[in-house]
Ligand binder design. Structure first.
Ligand code: TYD
Ligand code: MG
Length: 457
C-alpha cells in the first residue's frame, strides 16, 4: 500500500496535502506541491514549551573545534589526469558527485573509462546503467579498448534493488547512469520527475555517507534547463561537474562548479576520439578557429579557467536588424551583452541600437568571467565597422558602467601564455600592463573603453 503514504508538500511554505493541487492551500503559490514520502513519526510529538526534547532523545556530547582532529579526506586518483584535476585530486571516500551535461556529450563514456581506471588502481567499482543493457555497455567497453575490464555492471532502474545491490557487493565507487532513469516504489510519480529524482538521489547520498562508498550520479540537462534536471540536486551533493562543449566538435570541457573537496571553476579538457575521451594536457589553443588572414568580427580572448589560461576566439556579427533588433549570445551571458552594448554606445560612440547583434564563443565554451568584456566589445566594434583587428591580436579586461576598463586577475600569466602561442599585440587594462616587457608582445594598456576601441581602425 505504498500509495497511501504519499504526501504532497509545498516547496514554499511546507504545507502538506494528501492530493496534488495546482494551488497551495497554505500560501496560495501555484505549482509548488511536490510529491514526497513522509518520514516515520514525522508530525507526531508536536513540541511546545521548555524541556520537551529531553524525553525524545539523549543529549549528545559536544567538543571544541580545536580538539577535533582535522583528518584529510581519503581520495584515490583514477590516473585520468584531467578528471582527477576537476575532482580536486581524485575520488573521495563517501563523496557524492553529480556529473551533468547534454545527452550524447560523453558522460557514460568518461565514467566507464574512469571506473575501469579506478578498478585498475585497486578500487572495486560498480556501474549501474538504466539507459543501456549490459550488452551495450560491454560493446562500448570493447570500443574503448577496455578488454578484460573487471568493472561490475548492473542494468537496473529500481532504487530499492540498486541500494540493496550496492550494500551487498560493497564497491568502493558506484556510478548511477543516469539518476533520471531511477525510480522508487515509494512514489507514484514517473521516473525523471522532480520528486523521483530528488528522493532517489537523497537515498543514494545517505547510503554514500553511511558506508563510505563514493557515488557518482549522472544527470542529463534537459533542453528547458532546470526542471527535473540535475540542478535540483546540486545542493545535496558534494561535487557538481558539468560537461561543456559542442557535440559537433571533438573537444569537451568538464567544469567543477561546486566542490567540497577541491577548487571550483577548475576545468578538465578532453578530446573525443575513436577510442573514447582522451585528456588534453595543453589545452590553451584549442578554441581558436583558423583564419589565414584576420577577419572582421573576431577577437581572441585570454581567459583563465581554473589554474590554466585558455585562448578563446570571440566572434560577433552585427547586421542591419528590423524594428526590434535581436541580441543573441552563445557562451557569454546575454544580460552582460546588453550592458556592453549600452556602454559601447555611451562611452565609445559605437551605436548598435538598430542592429542585430550575435556573439559567440568558439568551440562551445561557456565564459562567465567579466574579463571577456573587452574582447566581446572589440569583436562587436570590428564587425560593425567591417574592419579586422590586427594579426596576432588578443585582449582581456572587465568593463564598468562608467566606461572604465578594470584589471583581470593574473594578467601576467595570461599575457605570457599569449606570447608563447605567437600572439604579438595585446590590449589590456592599465593595471595589467607588465612592468618588464614581454618579448614579442606589443602591449597597449588602456584605462577607458574608447581608447581600447581605437584598436579597430
Ligand atoms: P555518451 O558517453 O554515450 O554520452 P552521454 O552518456 O553523455 O549521453 O557519448 C556518446 C557519444 O560519443 C556518441 O555520439 C558517440 C561518441 N563516442 C565516440 O566518439 N568515441 C567513443 O569511443 C565512444 C564510446 C563514443
Ligand atoms: Mg549516457
Amino acid at each position: 500500500m505504498a500509495k497511501d503514504k504519499t504526501l504532497y508538500t509545498c516547496n514554499e511554505c511546507a504545507t502538506t496535502s494528501p492530493r496534488w493541487l495546482g494551488k497551495c492551500p497554505g500560501c496560495g503559490a501555484w505549482n509548488t506541491l511536490i510529491e514526497s514520502v513522509p518520514e516515520a513519526g514525522r508530525g507526531k510529538n508536536r513540541l511546545s514549551g521548555a524541556g520537551q526534547y529531553a524525553g525524545l532523545a539523549q543529549a549528545q556530547a559536544v567538543m571544541p573545534l580545536a580538539a577535533i582532529e582535522a583528518s584529510e579526506v581519503a581520495r584515490t586518483a583514477s590516473g585520468i589526469e584531467e578528471l582527477d584535476r576537476v575532482l580536486g585530486g581524485g575520488v573521495v571516500e563517501g563523496g557524492v558527485v553529480l556529473i551533468g551535461g547534454d545527452p550524447g556529450i560523453g558522460k557514460s563514456t568518461l565514467l566507464l573509462q574512469a571506473m575501469d581506471a579506478l578498478h585498475r588502481v585497486g578500487l572495486p567499482t560498480l556501474y549501474v546503467t538504466g539507459e543501456e543493457s549490459g550488452a551495450q555497455v560491454a560493446l562500448r567497453s570493447r570500443r574503448l579498448g577496455l578488454e578484460g575490464s573487471q568493472v561490475s555492471v548492473l542494468a537496473e532502474i529500481q532504487l530499492e534493488k540498486i541500494l540493496a545491490t550496492i550494500e551487498a557487493t560493497q564497491p568502493a565507487v558506484a556510478v548511477i547512469d543516469s539518476i533520471q532513469t531511477v525510480y522508487s516504489d515509494q512514489l507514484t510519480s514517473a521516473p525523471g520527475s522532480v520528486a523521483q529524482v530528488r528522493e532517489c538521489a537523497a537515498h543514494l547520498t545517505r547510503l554514500a555517507k553511511a558506508t563510505g562508498i563514493a557515488v557518482i550520479l549522472v544527470g542529463h540537462v534537459t533542453k528547458e534547463g532546470a526542471l527535473a534536471g540535475p540542478r535540483v540536486l546540486e545542493h545535496m551533493v558534494d561535487t557538481v561537474l558539468y560537461f561543456e562543449g559542442d557535440t559537433h566538435s571533438s573537444f569537451r570541457l568538464v567544469r567543477a562548479i561546486k566542490n567540497r573537496f577541491g577548487a571550483v571553476n577548475e576545468i578538465g579538457v578532453f578530446a573525443m576520439t575513436e577510442r573514447g575521451l582522451k585528456g588534453v594536457a595543453n589545452p590553451s589553443a584549442i578554441f581558436l578557429s583558423q583564419h589565414s588572414e584576420p577577419v572582421p568580427g573576431s577577437c581572441v580572448l585570454v581567459t583563465l579557467e581554473g589554474t590554466r589560461p585558455l585562448l578563446v576566439e570571440i566572434q560577433a556579427l552585427v547586421d542591419g536588424g528590423g524594428p526590434s533588433p535581436r541580441r543573441l549570445s552563445v557562451g557569454l551571458e546575454r544580460d552582460r551583452l546588453a550592458m556592453l552594448l549600452a556602454v559601447l554606445h555611451r562611452h565609445a560612440g559605437v551605436a548598435c541600437a538598430d542592429q542585430d547583434v550575435f556573439v559567440n564563443a568558439v568551440g562551445g565554451v561557456r565564459i562567465s568571467e567579466p574579463a571577456a568584456d573587452l574582447a566581446a566589445m572589440l569583436a562587436i566594434t570590428s564587425s560593425l565597422r567591417g574592419r579586422a583587428l590586427p594579426k596576432g591580436f588578443i585582449a582581456f579586461g572587465e568593463v564598468g558602467l562608467a566606461g572604465e576598463v578594470r584589471p583581470a586577475p593574473r594578467g601576467q600569466e595570461r599575457l605570457k601564455e599569449a606570447a608563447k602561442l605567437g600572439f604579438t599585440m595585446a590590449v589590456v587594462p592599465k593595471a595589467n600592463a607588465p612592468k618588464k616587457p614581454i618579448p614579442g608582445l606589443e602591449i597597449h594598456a588602456v584605462e577607458r573603453v574608447d581608447e581600447a576601441m581605437a584598436a579597430v581602425r
